[in-house]
Ligand binder design. Structure first.
Ligand code: NAD
Ligand code: DAU
Length: 340
């Protein structure tokens, strides 16, 4: 492993992964990113002059561009972070999700096959397991049961990766992560949205009763686990990555408010997300058996994230202007104006 193609490397987890790689290894890292609304070169600003880093503006659905980049940079490994990732947007308009998360994955797998690459890693999500009732934790061998267009698209990607392993013996691995929080997350996701809203004394739109459960993990813990899978993971295997503990959204909101010393009066319960999965919960024994364990609890991860947004207004303030405002209005305008 020498020359890595990090697709979606200008997004939240991808950018953190690029930082992680450059500070732990001496690989050449090529970011390949379409720069959708979620891609942000400011997240990679500090490494622009690193001689080990290059950026390519491209779409993973564009086979020619993918192949040209592999040839030009002598790529031996692909880690695929590129995706449409926001559940609410997938409910508003699923098209791009099916394109990128399913067809884009197919394009990358074909390229791995054609060039005989050493490794392909698919970054997936715990949402493929669907809603998990109390008393159960998802294991990698569980049936997939996605319930949103986003989750279904990611599941489609996972199934293709598995099929390419079975049919063509491609050297693949898959990781399924829980909710990530940390630096550089687009403020449509709940923790940065609520943090930046609270900083501006704007309402925090909690969906439904707010008692849904999520395993909020620190993004660099997730990156460390992906790196470990690349080095020690078994080909053809799936690995769950999370803290293994989940908290209610109302607790997450309270941590944000307490950290910022803001009033609970900012909380506004609004109409729930259609088909909202109430609980995700991962069994993380398999990734732990490779020698990894989370360094942060969900509570610590959320506090660290709030602190980062408090100190990095230069990054999020411009993001919340422009197109974001249009999305916010569409997603929340009516919800915030009416009682649920
Ligand atoms: P993000 O939305 O912050 O970033 C996605 C990146 O992909 C952006 O830079 C975007 O420009 C790029 N992209 C989108 N379509 C593309 C295309 N067709 N070609 C090339 N680039 C394209 O996403 P994220 O939160 O960093 O998630 C990264 C990956 O991790 C995704 O596959 C997601 O499903 C998965 N994941 C995310 C979480 C989470 O909590 N955020 C948890 C588990 C798994
Ligand atoms: O579980 C992993 C997944 O986590 C990733 O695969 C997705 O890419 C990522 O977006 C995330 O999905 P969620 O839907 O769980 O994340 P989101 O931040 O959108 O919402 C987290 C919880 O907060 C969820 O229960 C819905 C709730 N929520 C969210 C928003 C945006 C609210 O109550 N209000 C909101 O305004």
């Amino acid at each position: 492993m020498k020359n890595l193609l990090i697709t979606g490397g200008a997004g939240f987890i991808g950018a953190n992964f690029v930082h992680y790689l450059l500070s732990h290894h001496d690989y050449r890292v090529v970011v390949f990113d379409k720069l959708t609304y979620a891609g942000n070169l400011n997240s990679l600003k500090d490494i622009t002059n690193d001689r080990r880093y290059a950026f390519v503006h491209g779409d993973i659905c564009d086979a020619e561009m993918v192949e040209q980049t592999i040839r030009q940079h002598d790529i031996d490994t692909i880690v695929n972070f590129a995706a449409e990732t926001h559940v609410d947007r997938s409910i508003l308009d699923p098209d791009a999700f099916i394109q990128t998360d399913v067809y884009g994955t197919y394009v990358l797998l074909e390229a791995v096959r054609k060039f005989g690459l050493q490794r392909y890693h698919q970054v997936s999500t715990d949402e493929v397991y669907g809603h998990i009732p109390a008393g159960h934790r998802s294991r990698e061998s569980d049936q997939v049961a996605p319930r949103s267009p986003y989750a279904a698209s990611k599941t489609g990607g996972d199934l293709l990766v598995r099929a390419y392993y079975t049919t063509y013996n491609l050297p693949v691995t898959i990781s399924r992560g829980s909710n990530n929080v940390g630096p550089y997350q687009y403020p449509e996701k709940v923790v940065p949205l609520f943090t930046t809203n609270a900083l501006d004394d704007q309402p925090l739109p909690v969906y439904g009763d707010g008692r849904q459960m999520r395993d909020y993990q620190y993004v660099l813990d997730h990156c460390e686990a992906i790196d470990l899978i690349l080095h020690k993971g078994e080909i053809g295997e799936i690995y769950n990555i999370g803290t293994g503990t989940e908290i209610e959204n109302l607790e997450m909101v309270q941590i944000i408010l307490d950290t910022l010393k803001k009033s609970p009066n900012l909380i506004k319960h609004v109409t729930d997300r259609p088909g909202h999965d109430r609980r995700y919960a991962l069994d993380i024994a398999k990734i732990k058996s490779l020698g990894w364990q989370p360094r942060h609890t969900p509570q610590e991860a959320i506090r660290l994230t709030v602190q980062w947004y408090l100190e990095n207004e230069w990054w999020w303030r411009p993001v919340k202007e422009g197109d974001f405002q249009e999305y916010y209005q569409q997603q929340y305008g009516e919800r915030l104006a009416t009682e649920p």
